[in-house]
Design a binder for this molecule. Structure first.
Ligand code: SF4
Ligand code: SF4
Length: 663
């Protein structure tokens, strides 16, 4: 089809386009190598399967949060895949007129119709996204969108020039029609305007192919790189349950610092997150900090890191690593952003490409606390209370078991031969509402004939809150002391009423124990929701009275989203006879009470109060009883109900109190 001079120009452009596509990919690969190493190669078959399934079935975006948008993405993906094939064909047509990858039989017949269908779908998808992004403008789409303008333009021009070229071919040679129904319509229109000759066909081919080249060149340079980086990011996702924090080796004499100060302190996977980000804003939509008008936007957190790598990282590479990265805090991140995260994990749950926001936030907090002793001033008293008395309120540690006086509860010091250790926790030991939960738990355990004991004065805080607040040194000190106590009594089973303790004992202590040389660490950890549901299932608890009112259940982030326990609390609540009402955001999409990530101990000075937003959601159900399964949620929602003046009509109770009330 092309003259020899055109063939030379076309070949040169093709080579430049291929180079132009791969060179930014190579640059980004080199940028990732500036990050710390991290091994994410376990379970390779699962990783590959998850990436492939997400790519082809788009289950990453076709999720509950935005089903319709997911369908539009489906149009884009299959439209793009179709056009990739069409474009390869068009490139080869440049060398051999009339060439078709699928030959000239039935397969091409079907494919020509398929290409037209997806061409139209791409245009519908673009229209949808333009309306959504630039007319409806949801809050989560307010951060950079220039790249979207370019890509939408390119998608439209590539598709329209495809139809024009297809129409021109059909108009010039009607034998080429096949089942290209849209192309045929364009051909009719073209023939009505002027007879089609080969020169016009060739001009339209050039226009189309140049648009395709522009699209190919733009993808790796823009957020549309997510088409490649997204599935790779999904393949390297963190499968560990819980809001895991990397265990720092605080005894490393060669360490130049702890936590994340600069971009190079993050791992390659952390850096990959920025290139995988779709800029969809789902994380912002579900972030309690963002929704309560705090300065934190999980989307910006990720995108700012990408900008850092493309600007500073490039400069570091250019200088042959003579130049160093600058500290992130105070430059691209503010303390108000970092200290308003509740570590609820909603952002990570809804992220279609499995970005990990928390590893960055925790790393930054660690460096602020460990290296600069910088933290919200209220935390000074909190850390002191933890250091001296191992509880956040600073109550004398010798008074830890006073709540149990008169309840005839065994301590392991006197009766080490128990089946299960009831780890009461700080709130259960010192907080007035928490003590009621502990008392209810004792009633349940006794009623069911469980042989349990507590540590009493030997119990300390599990350390979850200090860890989430970046004080890794204090956490490791506290955790090692607890591990020694558990080893001393050969504890094999722990019952907890606090999801934060549950997460720490279950997901974090085993790693610490192993790091300290205890290779046979084998302690089962059970949350009271599961334990009570199990006692009910075994018939060890018999209810003497039913709950007559309605009840709604607030999923604690560290029990639900972080540890996948949704069913047990609902099962036991339904056993009480109460009428279950679900809140708008529940289960995996539960909205944090605002106390996670150690924020229970800071003042919520910015924006709206997250706990009030959650209380509103609970009250909207019309419930008379809000059930919780976490001492922090209890405090926040109880305050929320009081703020709304509803304490006379709506009660907030832990599931243990509700069950104990039925015995
Ligand atoms: S963990 Fe929760 S609070 Fe923190 S950024 Fe993610 S959604 Fe927001
Ligand atoms: S981090 Fe994930 S959820 Fe947030 S904007 Fe990027 S892709 Fe979307």
């Amino acid at each position: 089809m092309l003259l020899w001079i055109e063939t030379i120009i076309f070949t040169a452009l093709l080579i430049l386009t291929i180079y132009g596509f791969f060179s930014p990919l190579y640059l980004r690969y080199k940028l990732l190598k500036l990050g710390k190493s991290e091994t994410r190669f376990d379970t390779p078959a699962k990783r590959i399967k998850d990436a492939v399934v997400s790519f082809f079935f788009l289950n990453c975006t076709l999720k509950k949060e935005r089903v319709f948008t997911g369908i539009m993405h489906f149009f884009f993906l299959y439209g793009s895949l179709t056009f990739d094939t069409v474009s390869i064909n068009h490139v080869l047509e440049g060398y051999k007129a009339g060439f078709h990858l699928l030959g000239h039989g039935g397969a091409r017949m079907i494919y020509s119709a398929w290409a037209d269908v997806f061409g139209i779908m791409v245009l519908v998808g673009v229209l949808y996204f333009v309306i959504r992004r630039y007319i409806l403008k949801p809050k989560s789409y307010t951060y950079p969108s220039r790249e979207s303008v370019f890509i939408y333009l390119l998608l439209v021009t590539v598709t329209l020039t495809f139809f024009l070229y297809e129409g021109a071919v059909i108009a010039h040679n009607p034998a080429e029609t096949y089942a290209a129904f849209a192309g045929k319509e364009v051909a009719v229109w073209m023939q009505a305007v002027a007879p089609m000759n080969m020169t016009a066909v060739k001009i339209l081919w050039w226009i189309h192919i140049l648009n395709v080249f522009a699209f190919v060149l733009y993808v790796p340079r823009s957020k549309y790189l997510h088409m490649i980086a997204g599935p790779i990011n999904i393949a390297f996702q963190d499968y560990n349950p819980g809001s895991t924090i990397k265990t720092l080796n605080l005894e490393d004499e060669n360490a130049q610092g702890f936590g994340v100060v600069k971009a190079a302190d993050l791992t390659w996977k952390d850096l990959l997150d920025g290139f995988a980000c779709i800029d969809c804003g789902r994380c912002d939509d579900y972030c309690p900090a963002n929704r309560s008008e705090k300065p934190l936007s999980p989307k910006k957190l990720i995108l700012k890191l990408k900008e850092e790598m493309l600007k500073e990282g490039r400069a570091v590479l250019k200088s042959n690593q003579q130049k160093e990265f600058e500290p992130l805090m105070g430059r691209i991140y503010s303390e108000d952003e970092i200290w308003t995260c509740t570590s609820c994990g909603a952002c990570m749950h809804v992220c279609p490409v499995k970005n990990e926001h928390l590893s960055k936030i925790f790393g930054l907090r660690q460096s602020l606390v460990l290296m600069e002793a910088k933290f919200p001033e209220e935390l000074g008293t909190f850390f002191k209370g933890m250091e001296t008395n191992s509880n956040p309120w600073g109550f004398g540690s010798s008074t830890r078991a006073e709540w149990a006086e008169g309840l005839e509860v065994k301590t392991l010091a006197n009766n080490p031969d128990v089946d299960i250790l009831y780890w009461v926790g700080c709130a259960g030991s010192f907080d007035e509402k928490g003590k009621k939960v502990s008392t209810a738990m004792v009633k349940i355990l006794k009623e069911a004939g469980v042989n349990f004991g507590i540590l009493g004065r030997e119990e300390n805080c599990c350390g979850d809150q200090v860890r989430r607040l970046g004080n890794e040194y204090l956490f490791q000190t506290m955790a090692q002391a607890n591990i020694e106590t558990l080893k001393k009594y050969n504890v094999k089973k722990i019952l907890v009423t606090c999801p934060h303790g549950y997460n720490t004992f279950k997901n974090e202590y085993p790693k610490l124990a192993r790091a300290a040389g205890t290779n046979d660490w084998n302690v089962e950890v059970i949350h009271h929701s599961e334990f009570i549901a199990d006692l009910l299932r075994q018939g060890k608890l018999k209810f003497k009275q039913e709950i007559k009112s309605s009840v709604t259940y607030h999923d604690p982030c560290y029990l639900g989203r972080h540890n996948n326990i949704f069913k047990a609390p609902r099962t036991l609540l339904s056993e009480t006879g109460a009428k279950m009402l679900e809140m708008k955001n529940h289960s995996n999409h539960s909205f944090c009470c605002g106390a996670g990530g150690g924020l229970m101990w800071t003042e919520e000075k910015l924006g709206k109060k997250a706990y009030q937003l959650r209380t509103d959601e609970a009250l909207e159900t019309g419930t008379q009883l809000i059930s919780v399964a976490c001492p922090f949620c209890m405090t926040m929602l109880d305050d929320g109900v009081k703020d709304k003046g509803k304490e006379e009509t709506v009660r907030v109770k832990d599931i243990a109190e509700i069950v104990a009330g039925c015995l």
